[in-house]
Ligand binder design. Structure first.
Ligand code: PGA
Length: 256
């Protein structure tokens, strides 16, 4: 679709792991090793409770801070929820939205995801929007259909200007935390499809610029193959982001 070079973006989703102290130490190790990697964007996403401690370590560095979720309202009676403004004041630049664990375990709908994206963009956070099919959906050849519905719903009502800085992540559910990874061809073909959906809604200018990450059991030994695919612009990494060495090795694969 395009040969325009997009800057890779590597994000670590720490999920429900690390205390503030552990998170600060992990961020510090990532930071120390990230100095040799100027040609990509790096993001770490600790749990809410670790954001402050990690932000202190990252201040002034090129590694950005992200959160793993947020609420779609700006404030109010939403026990247990966190707003976009709270994340911004802690120094977050990114927020992961629509992760499959949020969708399947916490019952988040496409409508919730869409509302969250609107709120993030209005407030000034850059969303990393996740989509992906289950094993059953893949085996019954519904991958493109499922991803199409998720992308259309997620990006409903978003303007062309708001797409700048928004990142998409294709994460097949069957590959998350399972050690089972999509082949580079399987992944690239869905990425290509997602890019065509973005083109249909926003035009070639936006679709050639938007970055689409792959997520699902990305490890140092499979990263290069995946990240060298033409439509794969980075990775969203769970398990392998909990060790600075493996996170950095994946980042290196993105620019090698
Ligand atoms: P994983 O998780 O790398 O552990 O498979 C990826 C994700 O859920 O973002």
């Amino acid at each position: 679709m395009t040969s325009e070079k997009r800057r890779p973006i590597i994000a670590g989703n720490w999920k429900m792991n690390t205390t503030p102290e552990e998170g600060a130490a992990l961020a510090e190790s990532v930071l120390n090793q990230s100095m040799q990697l100027p040609d990509l964007d790096m993001v770490v996403c600790p749990p809410f409770t670790g954001l402050h401690a990690v932000a202190e370590r990252l201040t002034g560095s090129s590694v950005s801070l992200g959160a793993q979720d947020m609420h779609w309202e700006s404030d109010g009676a939403y026990t247990g929820a966190i707003s976009a403004k709270m994340l911004l004041t802690l120094g977050c630049r990114h927020v992961i939205l629509g992760h499959s664990e949020r969708r399947t375990i916490f019952g988040e709908s496409d409508d919730h995801v869409n509302r969250k994206i609107h709120q993030a963009l209005t407030t000034g956070l850059l969303p990393i929007v996740c989509v992906g099919e289950s094993l059953d959906e893949r085996e019954s050849r519904r991958t493109e259909q499922v991803v199409t519905v998720q992308i259309r719903a997620a990006l409903s009502g978003i303007s062309e200007g708001q797409m700048e800085g928004l990142v998409l992540a294709y994460e097949p559910i069957w590959a998350i935390g399972t050690g089972r990874v999509a082949t580079p061809e399987q992944a690239n073909s869905v990425h290509h499809h997602i890019r065509s959906l973005v083109e249909a809604q926003f035009g070639a200018h936006v679709s050639s610029a938007i970055r689409i990450q792959y997520g699902g059991s990305v490890k140092p030994d499979n990263a290069h193959e995946l990240l060298s695919q033409p439509d794969i612009d980075g990775a969203l990494i769970g398990g392998a982001s909990l060790e600075a060495d493996s996170f950095i090795a994946i980042a290196q694969a993105a620019v090698s």
